[in-house]
Design a protein around this ligand. Sequence first.
Ligand SMILES: [Zn+2]
Length: 220
Amino acid sequence: MNTREVQAALLSLGYSLTADGIAGPKTKTAIQAFQRGRGLAADGVVGPQTTKALLAAVAERTDSKSTLPAPSLPSFAQPRATRAIDEIIIHCTATPEGRPVSVETIRGWHKAQGWKDIGYHWVVLLDGTVAPGRPEAEIGSHVAGHNTGTLGVVYVGGVAADGKTPKDTRTPAQEAALLAHVKALIARYPTVKKVTGHNAYSSKACPSFDVRKDELGHLV
Ligand SMILES: [Zn+2]
């Protein structure tokens, strides 16, 4: 693959860079993030293994596109919560940019902490798929002292490729899906008065951006 082909592949997978055919620092960072996400040595060089993984990732994405016209839309195939919901709180998984994380993995982390289930109600995956977590009818476990009247929505990501520096790593697909899903939740729960981030209640960086300065913070 030449540089332009590599860039086009990374763009289609939701990485942010410009398809200019120049192997600059942004392209290298995206390649490294992709390599980390696939468990490859993150050297930023597109060798045979990375080429194979890139082609496989694009093929997977194309396959899922052909069966699903768009990243799956919010599915509310579950009962509405009967308690009053007045707030939606946004989170990140605090996992490195580009690394896929499944609902089952997060559920495993939270159960290992002794919780009965995943703490969040909804999970926005890297490709913009919105997957259900804990049922809305059950009180979540996502912000100490603010679980009862809230729903927790998490996006996969939130730290840079180094695994620790807070970074808004939302892919374009995640950004769009998160916004659409929160809008749908507000329509489903007209009692929602605000959308906030975990960092409004904690010294944590989560979700690694200021929700009040994002479109999400201005929906109600
Ligand atoms: Zn959080």
